[in-house]
Design a protein around this ligand. Structure first.
Ligand code: PLP
Length: 395
């Protein structure tokens, strides 16, 4: 770790300063170590590094100073002892799963998680003898009933995508611990600027750094944060052996992204709140999903658990898919893409994109209607975002 105790500093300060180690060149911005390998002073030093007797860089698949700086900064923000950064958000989830689980283990996962997370558990971990049960995010009796003696992990995302349902992290962490399991929270939507799952009892936090940590849609990356005990002994060996390494250039982009994380997340939330309020009063909009709205079913929990509502707003329009597609196609400013976490506002039709692989019945059960639209609200002026929708509505 860097020599300062980052716990003594406010989060905005940690986001800018934690993890940086200057080189003898005395650079002010973080350096990019574009190197695959490192030179040892002697054969004895090489032997000491490889055997683990001496700390230090060995090879950039598992030791790189730029990647380490990003890891330390993100760990300081999440309040975790250790962070392991990897090549993508999916690599973070896969590394966690393959690092912690063995044949015969069982996972309970909320149904509404990122599509590839479902596929990882269903199609890949199943091949290695790990079974997964899927439950509704906010059905606590369902979580409890799904846990078996061999359940090792509870996995969830809150807020959920795209309906922004909120799960009580503390309650589910207590349930997990009572039953001898670990709680893993994918904190991609809130980031540590708005929600710190470890402080609420979660054991591990997952990130797709691709989203808000970068914040400008440039690089793909991911991370796991949690106690040294789990990360060092179980997940790090997976990285070293199986190799889903993060590029130092991408780590550097994420370091730059983190410097403005708090400012951006507050602004995303403000813009999203303004848009959600505006949408809630509109003709042709039957429902708005946003955790900052008092009409949100878990509004009180969201107020307690998150610093603000975040950047994702979903809403249901009258007229099903035809009306939803017409609105999306009529926008000129907003980007039609399923990505999120960018300063640029994006608009998505979940039923035919992110959730298109589900059957119609599965989508209905998940509450993903044909008239549902998701907006990942960016940092443009919110009036321009609303005006683009007005134009698309022909008003
Ligand atoms: C995007 C995303 C992921 C996967 O991250 P990648 O960086 O695309 O691999 C995982 N979880 C959530 C919630 C995401 O939005």
């Amino acid at each position: 770790m860097s020599d300062l105790d980052w716990n003594a500093f406010h989060p905005e300060t940690r986001a800018i300063r934690a993890g940086q180690r200057r080189t003898p060149e005395q650079e002010h911005s973080d350096p990019i170590f574009a190197t695959s390998s490192y030179v040892f002073q002697s054969a004895a030093e090489a032997a000491a590094r490889f055997s683990g007797k001496a700390a230090g860089n060995i090879y950039s698949r598992f030791t790189n100073p730029t990647v380490r700086a990003f890891e330390e900064r993100l760990a300081a923000l999440e309040g975790g002892e250790r962070c392991i950064a990897v090549a993508s958000g999916m690599a973070a989830i896969a590394s966690t799963a393959f690092g912690l689980l063995k044949a015969g283990d069982h996972v309970v996962c909320s149904r509404g998680v990122f599509g590839n997370t479902v596929l990882l558990f269903q199609n890949f971990l199943s091949k290695f003898g790990v079974a997964t049960s899927f439950v509704e995010l906010t059905d606590y009796a369902g979580w409890e009933a799904a846990i078996r003696p061999e359940t090792r992990l509870l996995f969830l995302e809150t807020p959920s995508n795209p309906l922004t349902e909120i799960a009580d992290i503390r309650r589910l962490s207590e349930l997990a611990h009572d039953r001898g399991a670990l709680l893993v929270v994918d904190n991609c939507f809130c980031t540590p600027a708005l929600q710190r799952p470890l402080a609420l009892g979660a054991d591990l936090v997952i990130h797709s750094a691709t989203k808000y940590l970068d914040g400008q849609g440039r690089c793909v990356g991911g991370a796991v944060v949690g106690p040294n005990e789990l990360l060092e002994k179980q997940i790090y060996p997976f990285l070293r052996t199986c190799g889903p390494a993060l590029s130092p250039f991408n780590a550097w982009v994420f370091l730059k992204g983190l410097e403005t994380l708090h400012l951006r997340m507050r602004a995303h939330s403000e813009n999203a709140m303004a848009l959600a309020l505006w949408l809630e009063g509109r003709r042709g909009v039957t429902r708005v999903y946003y955790p900052g709205l008092p009409s949100h079913p878990q509004y009180a929990l969201a107020q307690r658990q998150q610093d603000s509502g975040g950047g994702i707003v979903s809403f249901e329009v009258e007229g099903g898919r035809e009306a939803a597609w017409k609105l999306i196609d009529g926008t000129r400013l907003l980007s039609i893409t399923a990505n999120l976490g960018d300063v640029k506002t994006t608009i998505t039709h979940p039923a035919s994109t992110t959730h298109g692989r589900l059957t119609e019945d599965e989508r209905r059960a998940a509450g993903i209607g044909e008239g549902l639209i998701r907006i990942a609200v960016g940092l443009e002026n919110p009036e321009d975002i609303a005006n683009d929708l007005l134009r698309a509505w022909g008003e």
